[in-house]
Write a protein that binds this ligand. Structure first.
Ligand code: DX5
Ligand code: ZN
Length: 222
């Protein structure tokens, strides 16, 4: 039986001046996706552990923290302490990826490995059994509101095959340019968890959009 599609709205597109209200308004989501950028690994700078802590206080949803930072080893403990449930680190930013993922697990959090659009699946072959989730980027990280990069669909299909062939229970999360009009093809390719920033926060009724995204995702995955 196919598991329900999980929807993870990215607060990058939320109104940061009213962040608590914005987070409460997505209470029917499955995760809150939190984009952490350091101005080095990606050309944008967002939030740190104190904001994650603040988000933790206003929701009971699991926090899916996407670290787009250099030197992740130095920071994972701080994000774990701030209340992250899943912690995602980029293959391209972690020279000792296996160790970083192990560190996340030792902190009692769910490790997620993240791939940029140009990074091949082969780069995660030897850590696939050690993660709870693989995040396939379908835009180049750094900004919300970019267009979906089509080659991600083939990557999702191949990853789905890799996971199923090995009998693993790793979730595939897809991040970037996914909205109501293309969630079906992303889920049909094999995605379990959908990140959507502008696709949720750019609509009038966030909760209704989240329900509709999940409905379209479930139908495509059935
Ligand atoms: C991009 C971030 C995404 C972003 C997605 O670097 O990782 O989570 O917020 O935004 P949309 O859904 O607008 O492409
Ligand atoms: Zn993200």
């Amino acid at each position: 039986m196919t598991r329900r599609t999980k929807i993870a709205p990215s607060i990058l597109s939320a109104d940061f001046g009213r962040l608590a209200d914005e987070v409460r308004a997505i209470g029917n989501a499955d995760y809150v996706h939190v984009d952490v950028m350091d101005g080095h690994f990606v050309p944008n700078l967002t939030i740190g552990p104190i904001v994650v802590e603040a988000v933790r206080r206003v929701t009971t949803l699991p926090l899916d923290v996407h670290l787009m930072i250099e030197d992740a080893d130095r920071w994972v403990a701080a994000y774990a302490k701030a209340g992250a449930d899943l912690i995602g680190v980029h293959v391209e930013a972690c020279p000792h990826l296996h160790r970083t993922l192990a560190q996340i697990k030792e902190l009692g959090k769910r490790p997620c490995v993240v791939l940029n659009p140009a990074t091949p699946l082969e780069s995660i072959e030897y850590v696939l059994a050690d993660v709870a989730q693989v995040l396939v980027m379908s835009v180049n990280p750094g900004f919300g509101g970019q267009s979906f990069i089509g080659s991600a669909l083939d990557k999702i299909r191949r990853l789905r095959k890799m996971i199923d062939e090995r009998g693993l229970t790793v979730d595939i999360e897809v991040d970037g340019g996914v909205k109501l009009d293309n969630i079906a093809e992303v889920c049909a390719a094999g995605a379990d968890v959908i990140v959507s920033g502008s696709g949720v926060f750019g609509t009038a009724d966030y909760a209704a959009t989240i329900d509709e995204l999940r409905r379209r995702g479930d139908r495509a995955r059935a």
